[in-house]
Design a protein around this ligand. Structure first.
Ligand code: FAD
Length: 292
């Protein structure tokens, strides 16, 4: 295969979240060792919108992935409860570990906690970081099923365009289970002139509690095939896991054949899930995949 063809392959990346106990910390370090071997395009680290200590853990973890594991990392940064000074400090911490990629988010706003006034939208944060550090690569979040606060799809798309115009280099989607929704969203992005790469966020469902939590907290559309898996294997965790993985693999194959720029896997800090998906799909992402 030529260099050109190799470059056209989609990226594969992973999301992890900072652990909040000693045990989960050790487990995460093992997970990261295993993810490192898969040669991901990048690993992104989520951040807490509320807890300042956990925010620092995000920056440290992103630095560890970048500097110690030598894997490109992205630190998530939320704006709603951050001041300009907080963001300058975060940027400085990241620079010390040679990390120059940020997923700039507004974060959720809580009814009992008024946001600060420095940044109203993710686009304000993106603009600010680009002014402070033009060489930083900034990702933004996008919502193929429309952000829950948006009045409608058109308004949400117009706001997304403003976000991209403020300096966003690429977009990562909220998770979805129906690829057709993603394809419609991508077409709409094209129509309004959003031309940055869009990485599809895929979450493999591997247990029932995880699925129930999701159904409760997101408005993600659940295709009939997906609901059938949950119902059929309600009392059979092993089969539910197998079917959930197969569902995610099926989604990924379809997305890759439809020229999606990249797949961003929500790992839930479970290396076994990422490994299973990787083993089944690795040749879609790399010519010479590492044998694991
Ligand atoms: P924005 O882009 O600011 O959009 C929020 C709302 O405001 C939308 O309705 C939008 O239409 C509207 N809007 C945007 N710009 C404008 C404008 N200029 N004028 C008027 N209206 C506007 N949350 C966390 O707390 N931590 C994380 O680590 C985290 N990681 C995430 C990763 C991904 C890939 C995704 C998709 C989401 C993540 N989130 C995370 C959740 C995210 O913080 C929430 O979805 C939040 O409610 C909105 O953040 P945003 O960056 O999309 O906001």
């Amino acid at each position: 295969m030529t260099d050109n063809a190799e470059r056209q392959r989609p990226s594969l990346s992973f999301e992890i979240f900072p652990p909040n106990t000693k045990t989960s910390n050790e487990l995460l370090l093992d997970t990261l060792d295993e993810l490192q071997d898969l040669g991901p395009h990048f690993i992104s680290v989520t951040c807490s919108n509320k807890n300042a200590d956990l925010k620092t853990t995000t920056l440290k973890l992103a630095g560890y992935i970048q500097k110690t594991l030598n894997v490109p990392s992205i630190a998530h940064l939320t704006a709603a409860y951050s001041s300009k000074e907080d963001i300058r400090e975060a940027i400085n911490i990241l620079k010390r570990s040679n990390t120059n990629r940020i997923l700039a988010l507004r974060g959720d706003i809580y009814a009992d906690k008024p946001p600060l006034e420095d940044f109203r939208h993710a686009s304000d944060l993106i603009h600010f970081i680009k002014e402070e550090e033009p060489a930083f690569q900034i990702s933004g979040a996008c919502h193929p099923e429309v952000h829950p606060e948006a009045k409608n799809r058109v308004e949400d798309l117009q706001n997304l365009k403003k976000k991209v115009d403020s300096g966003c280099d690429d977009l990562i989607t909220q998770l979805f289970f129906d690829n057709d929704i993603f394809y419609r969203f991508r077409e709409n992005c094209d129509i309004v002139g959003i031309d940055v790469p869009i990485y599809a966020g895929i979450m493999p469902i591997v247990n029932r509690n995880q699925a129930l939590r999701l159904i409760k907290t997101t408005k993600t559309a659940l295709p009939r095939k997906f609901i059938a898996i949950l119902e059929k294997y309600e009392h059979d965790p092993e089969s539910l896991r197998a079917a959930g993985l197969a569902y995610a693999i099926d989604q990924i194959v379809d997305l890759v054949t439809q020229d999606t720029s990249g797949i961003h896997l929500y790992t839930m800090n479970q290396s076994q899930t990422a490994l299973s998906i990787y083993r089944a799909t690795k040749t879609l992402f790399k010519e010479e995949a590492i044998v694991v």
